[in-house]
Design a protein. Sequence first.
Length: 320
Amino acid sequence: MNVNRRLFGILSSLTSVAVAQSARGAMPIEGTAGPLFIATWPFGLPACKQSLVSLKAGGSVLDAVEQGIRVAEADTEVDSVGVGGIPNANGVVQLDACIMDGTNQKAGAVAALEDYPHPISVARKVMERTKHVFVVGQGAKDFAAQQGFEKQDLLTPQQREKWKQWLKENGKEVPKGSHDTISLLGIDAERRIAGGCSTSGLAYKLHGRVGDSPLIGGGLYVDGEVGAAGATGIGENILRYCGTFLICELMRQGKTPTEACIGAIERIARGDRKKPADLSVNFVALDKQGRWGAAGTDESFVAAVVTNQEAKIIKPEIVR
Ligand code: ASP
C-alpha cells in the first residue's frame, strides 16, 4: 500500500478513536482532579451538593460521601433509600449499604438492617471500629445499637398502604421501577477517592434478600489507584458479574469511565445472553484523572454531577 495512504489511514483511525473517546467521557476538570461528585438518579443531586458542602467545610472525601448519602436516607420522599424506603414482602424495611475509602482500600457494609435510618453511617462504623467488613441482619442491628445510633420507624404510612395493596393483589406484579439506589462517588483536589451505596433494595423482596448494593465490587467499588464505580438496578444482574469491580478494572486498562460502564453492561448481556434492555443495570463511574462517566440500560436512568463549577443532572449513554 502507498505509504501516504497508509499514514492517512493510521491518522484517521487515531482521530476517530479520539473523537469516540471525547464523546464517551467528560474531559478532566482543569488543573486538579476534583472536587467532583457523581451519583445515581435525580435524588443524587441534593446528595452531591451536600457532599461538596461537607468537603468545603473541611471534611474528607469519605466524610463528604457519607454526608451526601445521609441526605437521601433522611428524605421520606426518596422511596427506595433509608426512611420511607419500600418494605420487603413481610412489610419490613430492610436496608443495605456499603462505603469504601480509596486512600487505604478499607470498606464497611451492612445488609438487611432494620430500624436504623442511616445504614451508610453504620457501614462506616463497621469499617472504622471493627476488624470486619460486612455485618448483617440482627448482628447489624445490635451493632448499630451498641454504637449509639438512633432508632426510627422506617415504614411510612404511605409505604404501609402501598404494601397492603400489593398483598391484596396477591403480591404478584411488582410495580416497575419500584427500586433505586443511591451510589455516590467523590474525588477531591488531591485525587483522594471514596464512594458509598445505600438502598432499601427491590420492592417487596423476599425477607432477608440482599442485592448488589452492600457488596464490595457489586453495588460499589473504589480503587484508589484507578477510580470508582457505583451501581443501581436489578442487583441479581449486577452482583453475579462483580459489575463495579469490573468497571474499575476496565478503567485500569485505559477505558474512560463511560466506556468502562458500557463494557460492563455488554459483558453482563453477553453472559446472560440477553438484550441489555432486559437487564436493568445502570452505572456511574469516575477516574483518577477526574473524568466522570455513566451508562445504563433503563431509559429512565439519569445521574447527578456536582463540581465547583456546576451542579447538573446528566443523561447517561443508554444501551438497549
Ligand atoms: N440494586 C438494588 C438492589 O437490587 C436496587 C436498585 O438499585 O434499584 O437491591
